[in-house]
Design a protein around this ligand. Sequence first.
Ligand SMILES: [Zn+2]
Length: 292
Amino acid sequence: MAAIPAQQIPGVYHRRIGDVVVSAVSDGVLQGSLEILQKISVDEAGRILTDAFRPLPRFTSINTFVIRAGGRTALVDTGSGTALGPTVGKLPAHLAAAGIDRADIDTVILTHVHPDHSNGLVDDNGRLWFPNAELVLHEAETTHWHDDAEMGRANQPSRERNFMAARRQLAPYRGRARLIQGGEVFPGVTAMPLPGHTPGHTGYLITSGAETLLIWGDIVHVPEIQVPRPEVTVAFDVDPAQAEATRRRMFDMVATDRLLIAGMHVHFPGMARIARRGDGYALVPEPWVQAF
Ligand SMILES: [Zn+2]
């Protein structure tokens, strides 16, 4: 009898945007409860997921994206490292499967600092994992996570998991970090501040020729729920009202412009469009396409 497969073929997906190649590289799938959702009951959230034929509890993709443009190799977000359990932390294996050596990554770009995005900056001993990379992130991120008064207001788990972890992860990159407020990161990639989920949460617009892709970070965490119900926020939004406003603004923009988006928590490979449906929106995943 043929062997039964025990794991998936590695999670890598390439998409050409003009002359740029964007590769979705999966960090895995996190399983979690629906209690993180605000402004919706657990029962109702569960019903929406069941209606969408999604498993319970919540299965959340964690995606990162490699951008190869103009001789550069940049990685947007770094995955979960080893701290969030065995179903995630797959970035190193998947980068290897994609033929990408971490030493070849010249730029690490963060959408924001949170465990599922920035843990992978360092190894278990706190040493930087990308030996040749400049680190690019919004300056409001470093300010927020280094603010002792903000940390004092946070609960104990958040103090450790977010504030202390952020400080440990960013420290080895001191001297090689470029703090931005928006604008061009390098030719073809432009930072678009999308504050709310965190103060420096930032999307990255990739443009080449006539094609555009917006890596929108954490505009949604549970797409089946937050696309039709943009008012639903998550417990770890730093400013829930601003996160909701930013989400609504993004849905309006990408639906109007028919823009291709890539989401860190849109199911792998995370590329989709947002269509207007009646008074609301629907997420339309992009069908699989050949890379070249
Ligand atoms: Zn996230």
